[in-house]
Design a protein. Structure first.
Length: 78
């Protein structure tokens, strides 16, 4: 597995990964549809907050973002 900076053009791919991870828990489709806006990876946010992709054999299999606030950093979207 390799970690690398995410690219803004991968926002839709990362949203798909987040939705697949949530769906893993067996939630019904209506609930998952309601989660989309919360789980959506916003391209403009990727330009201001670091996002890191986990890749395996060239495929994106996970990611996280880092929200920076002064001297604090919060991991998000794990």
């Amino acid at each position: 597995m390799r970690l690398r900076p995410a690219r803004p053009d991968e926002a839709d791919t990362l949203t798909g990964v987040a939705m697949a991870a949530k769906a893993h828990w067996g939630y019904d489709p209506a609930f998952l549809a309601g989660c989309l806006e919360v789980l959506r990876v916003d391209r403009s946010r990727m330009e201001t907050e670091p996002h890191v992709v986990a890749e395996q054999d060239g495929e994106v299999v996970g990611f996280y973002s880092v929200q920076l606030d002064g001297d604090r950093a919060v991991l998000d979207k794990l």
